[in-house]
Design a protein around this ligand. Structure first.
Ligand SMILES: Cc1cc2nc3c(=O)[nH]c(=O)nc-3n(C[C@H](O)[C@H](O)[C@H](O)COP(=O)(O)OP(=O)(O)OC[C@H]3O[C@@H](n4cnc5c(N)ncnc54)[C@H](O)[C@@H]3O)c2cc1C
Length: 414
């Protein structure tokens, strides 16, 4: 792989930038692979990368029906944090946040990780109590967060109106090393590094059927022909139940659209991420100057990968008391992704009733932050048959009633 560096940039500049290699190969599908990963979102690509990097398994294909990173990974609002309530969640989200810290160096690709800090507002007494509980749980789990008072909130984000008549800000849960990263770059960085290690990434190739014989996976049927494999990882977010149907089992997943929008670009006005769970909205400012705004998921199941007008109004109405500045802004564009929700708002990283098939799904509204940790744990589960971080997130928990309730941490879409 051609390394990216200041020196390489200078050398290519002398050559009118005509000597750059393609970032990843565009191979044809082979007849057989040791592992096939369906879905080239962040989680699928990270899984393939860590299979090769950590476990030396390189006979791997990532099969994607569209273009890599074109699903939720390329549509999300890029919030990275690990201030979840339960120990199991703290373990995987903090592993992930830690991996994000030097991911650009490890992948030799600038993912623009920006640990600018994430603030979760408390705008009711109930929320204040819930966040204090989370702060204590975080301390026990070794996740660095702290409760802050309204004066500190105002200091962290001066454009905020903390004295709102309906929802005054009573405090906040502050994670100083939370932040954002460039979503496409995370997908591209993993794709480039995985391809370099020998992983085949095959785009515009839809998996249309899964062959199972005597309870074991044999391969997949795709729009580019049939391929055999020993192991299959289904990492397709909102389409997880569609793929599970093909293999003959069911998943406790509901698919709904989640939307976001951005304003016209303006001068820098906020340099942290703010989430307002009570009113249901969150906001940060992109490097281009746009305010990136997200709200809640649709209240009904659907596969609509697009925005709707009523959602813009709902979300802006929710945020305008706390951020009066947005009343004067034009909204530039909006979009939607299809997210995969579980009942306890925690993910599934698991073996399935079919031998050789693994699933990674259920990240719902908050899986971007988890991409490195999830890929790490899923690769280990596939390679070794078990993984300590992934274990609590198995499908068994739904049978045993051992839920990992994160409905407070995931109360607002993020
Ligand atoms: C509007 C919005 C805002 C969000 N904000 C945040 C946030 O701020 N922070 C955060 O942590 N998370 C956020 N999320 C959630 C996050 O985006 C997802 O949890 C995460 O991107 C899921 O990644 P993935 O790789 O599992 O899925 P995806 O990126 O959706 O990738 C799955 C891929 O599978 C492919 N696929 C599906 N079916 C097939 C098939 N039959 N054959 C081949 N390929 C197939 C799809 O084309 C897709 O590319 C947000 C999501 C949305 C929609």
């Amino acid at each position: 792989m051609q390394r990216y560096s200041a020196f390489a940039l200078a050398r290519q500049a002398l050559n009118h930038h005509e000597g750059w290699e393609r970032a990843w190969r565009a191979p044809d599908l082979k007849d057989r692979y040791e592992v096939i990963v369906v879905g080239a979102g962040g989680h699928g690509l990270a899984t393939a990368y860590y299979l090769a990097k950590n476990h030396g398994i390189t006979n791997v294909a990532v099969i994607e029906k569209g273009w890599l990173g074109g699903g939720n990974t390329g549509r999300n609002t890029t919030i990275i944090r690990s201030n979840y309530l339960q120990e199991e969640s703290a373990a995987i989200y903090e592993l992930s946040r830690g991996l994000y810290e030097d991911l650009s160096q490890r992948l030799n690709f600038n993912i623009m990780f920006s640990p600018r800090g994430v603030l979760m507002l408390c705008q009711t007494e109930h929320e204040l109590r819930a966040m204090k509980r989370t702060a204590h749980a975080n301390r026990l789990a070794g996740v660095e967060t702290e409760m802050v008072d309204p004066a500190r909130v105002k200091q962290l984000c001066p454009i905020m109106n903390v004295d709102g008549p309906r929802y005054p800000v009573l405090g906040g849960l502050w994670q100083p090393r939370g932040g954002t990263a460039r979503h496409d770059a995370v997908a591209w960085g993993y794709a480039r590094a995985a391809s370099d290690l020998g992983v085949d990434i095959v785009q515009n190739c839809e998996v249309q059927g899964i062959d199972v014989s005597n309870g074991k996976v044999m391969g997949v049927r795709t729009s580019k022909g049939a391929v055999r494999c020993e192991k299959l990882a289904v990492v397709v977010a909102g389409h997880s139940t569609v793929l599970a149907d093909m293999a003959g089992f069911r998943l406790p997943i509901e698919s709904v659209a989640l939307q976001a929008l951005v304003s016209e670009p303006i001068k820098p006005v906020m340099d942290i991420v703010v989430m307002a769970n009570t009113v249901h909205g969150y906001m940060s400012q992109s490097d281009k100057g746009e305010l990136v705004i997200g709200g809640g998921a649709d209240g009904y199941n659907n596969y609509t990968q697009r925005g709707s007008f009523q959602h813009v109004e709902e979300t802006v109405r929710a945020l305008v008391e706390t951020f009066p500045i947005i009343s004067r802004l034009k909204m530039l564009r909006q979009w939607g992704g299809i997210v995969d929700m579980t009942g306890d708002r925690s993910p599934i990283i698991s073996k399935t009733p079919v031998e050789g098939i693994f699933v990674n799904c259920g990240w719902g509204t908050g899986g971007f932050k988890a991409i490195p940790g999830s890929g790490w744990a899923t690769a280990s589960l596939i390679a070794k048959g078990e993984d300590k971080v992934a274990a609590p997130f198995s499908l068994e928990r739904f049978r045993e009633g051992r839920m990992i309730d994160e409905s407070v941490a995931a109360a607002v879409a993020h």
